[in-house]
Ligand binder design. Structure first.
Ligand code: Q46
Ligand code: ZN
Length: 307
């Protein structure tokens, strides 16, 4: 196939939604341009700002870190070891290996150090792993960004992630979650650091192609807690539509983002105060993370007494 950009007959990556095929080199250029465009279009950050990239060892976050470095941004990676057996061990190795190749030192937070690994916390509280995990990760990334003087926290959410999340929120009519769909969540006076999603213009498939072409070795196994996640069903539904009507995912998400769905007076998890224990933003005197930690410690102590 002919590459749309350079005209060579080595076109390998066919993108129906752009009605184009690219050779490997031109695809890398195309992909980086899409990321750059998202960064400037949504005013995510400037070249002078310090970026903390949330890396999990999966393809999206490692690709994001790779692209930001290649675009010349000042980007550090941070990994949270969730303590989920082999999954965490392997993904941590992937992050360390990638960082070594790129000559970067990642920030590592190990939840086992404070007895807060995901298996420990879910066993103590008998609650769903993913909601606890999301809250724990948000707490640590925000806290590390503030302490390290980062201007912005970047995550590897891609077009598929964002479109499927939007579909889920619409199907459930979770209107209150609409503001969280924005590719940029501004910093708040109570200490939430700005959050951005620079991969919002590229699909999961495109990200996987980029990782393959660039030789990025990432964690291919999913977290064991992700089994049966409803987001997978929404992704499948969107993939079916995309197959029939290329460009559907992008039209769906960006049509929403361009629309009038965000009310001016809508405040996100923002205008709260600071937690008395850790100083992170909180709606109550003590933030949800510190309350969770306290609850886990209390139950562990009760368990020991009862034993
Ligand atoms: S890591 Fe954590 Fe995910 Fe695993 S426990 Fe759920 S939220 S599935 S991105
Ligand atoms: Zn706290």
């Amino acid at each position: 196939m002919k590459c749309r950009r350079c005209g060579s007959f080595e076109g390998e990556v066919a993108l129906k939604r752009h009605n184009a095929t690219f050779c490997r080199n031109c695809f890398v250029v195309f992909f980086r341009r899409q990321v750059k465009r998202a960064i400037s279009e949504f005013r995510m950050f400037t070249p002078k700002e310090k970026i903390l990239v949330c890396v999990s060892g999966g393809k999206d976050s490692l690709v994001l870190w790779d692209v930001l470095l290649d675009l010349g941004f000042d980007a550090d990676g941070m990994y949270i070891d969730l303590g989920i057996g082999d999954y965490s061990r392997e993904s941590r190795e992937k992050v360390l290996a990638f960082a070594r190749l790129r000559k970067r030192e990642p920030i590592i937070v190990d939840l086992s150090a404070e007895g807060m690994t995901i298996p420990e916390v879910t066993a103590r509280l008998r609650k769903k792993a993913c909601s606890l995990c999301g809250m724990i990760k948000r707490h640590h990334f925000n806290s590390a960004a503030r302490k390290g003087g980062y201007d912005v926290v970047a995550t590897g959410h891609n077009l598929d992630d964002e479109a499927s999340r939007l579909l889920g929120n619409i199907i459930q009519w979770n209107v209150k979650y609409f503001p969280g769909q924005k590719p940029v969540l501004e910093e708040t006076s109570s200490g939430m650091v700005r959050k951005v999603k620079p991969l919002v213009r590229v699909t999961e498939y495109e990200t996987a192609c980029y990782a393959l072409i660039r030789g990025i070795d990432y964690m291919i196994y999913e977290c064991p807690y992700s089994k049966g996640a409803t987001s997978l069903a929404y992704k499948e539904a969107l993939n079916m539509l995309e197959e029939e009507m290329p460009g559907t995912k992008a039209r769906f998400l960006f049509g929403f983002l361009d629309g009038e769905f965000f009310r001016e007076d809508e405040k996100e998890e923002s205008e709260g105060r600071s937690c008395l224990v850790c100083g992170e933003p909180s709606f109550q005197e003590v933030c949800s993370y510190c309350r969770l930690k306290e609850e886990v410690a209390r139950r562990s102590a009760a368990g020991r007494k009862g034993a």
